[in-house]
Design a protein around this ligand. Structure first.
Ligand SMILES: C[S@@+](CC[C@H](N)C(=O)[O-])C[C@H]1O[C@@H](n2cnc3c(N)ncnc32)[C@H](O)[C@@H]1O
Length: 227
């Protein structure tokens, strides 16, 4: 989360302002990528599911990624979505999913679930809005919640090497907006490297998949007993 001091403001913003136009904003962002369906599916391409998996989606927001995770996971699986913002969750509860889902309001840095509860933990498009301390806390919480051999899957934006692509993405993703609260955290995530931070949090066999010429990244890691 942004910082302990302004956590309340961040939640207030999502509850009262951003939740009202969030789904529309994602459609706008996804336009140059061929539309939301295409970009959501592309990020899930490297992920495979077993039958009957128990899945936690951290920072599920309005459920935009949940829809596509549930489609790929299949109706035997079960997804719990957790988000700090009840305003965002209100929209998530209205969407249709391909497997049983439950949405819970809570802080993903301290979920209250038991150790070894999930086969997969997703963190979807939220890590770039957290400062390093919270990113590491969230990843460590994900590791605690995973069963042995379970997998963390982080879906995130990335910093494409091509300058023209960076300019286009910067324009479409509102990087130019004065006071955009995610600018310092996004830059910090790029600086440290998301895959490095996943390793640092104790995950083994960490893999980074570059999607859309480096505009997005899907990072996976496995929970092994001794990393
Ligand atoms: C950019 S939105 C992503 C929403 C959704 N996952 C998607 O793919 O569209 C970031 C979400 O992360 C949530 N979030 C950020 N920090 C959180 C925390 N510590 N605990 C729970 N949710 C958090 C916010 O409330 C917000 O809904």
């Amino acid at each position: 989360m942004v910082s302990e001091m302004n956590k309340k403001t961040y939640k207030w913003w999502y509850d009262n302002i951003e939740s009202k136009f969030y789904d529309l904003m994602i459609k706008w962002i996804a336009l140059p990528l061929g539309g939301e369906t295409k970009f959501r599916k592309a990020l899930l391409e490297p992920v495979s599911f077993g039958s009957g998996e128990k899945i936690l989606e951290m920072c599920c927001g309005t459920g935009g990624a949940t829809v596509f995770i549930s489609q790929k996971a299949g109706n035997e699986c079960e997804i719990i979505g957790m988000d700090l913002s009840c305003g965002q969750l209100k929209y998530a509860k209205k969407k249709k999913y391909s497997c049983p889902t439950e949405f819970i309001e809570g802080d993903v840095t301290d979920t209250g679930f038991d150790d070894d509860s999930f086969d997969k933990v997703f963190i979807t498009h939220a890590i770039h809005e957290m400062y390093r301390e919270s990113r590491l806390k969230t990843l460590q919480e994900a590791r605690r919640l995973l069963k042995p051999e379970g997998q963390v899957v982080v879906l995130e934006i990335d910093n494409p090497p091509n300058m023209w692509l960076r300019l286009l993405i910067g324009f479409c993703f509102f990087y130019w907006l004065p006071g955009n609260f995610e600018t310092p955290t996004r830059r910090d995530m790029f600086k440290h490297g998301l895959d490095n931070e996943v390793k640092e949090s104790g995950f083994a066999d960490v893999r980074k998949y570059s999607i859309y010429h480096g505009v997005f990244q899907t990072v996976t890691g496995e929970k092994k007993e001794s990393p």
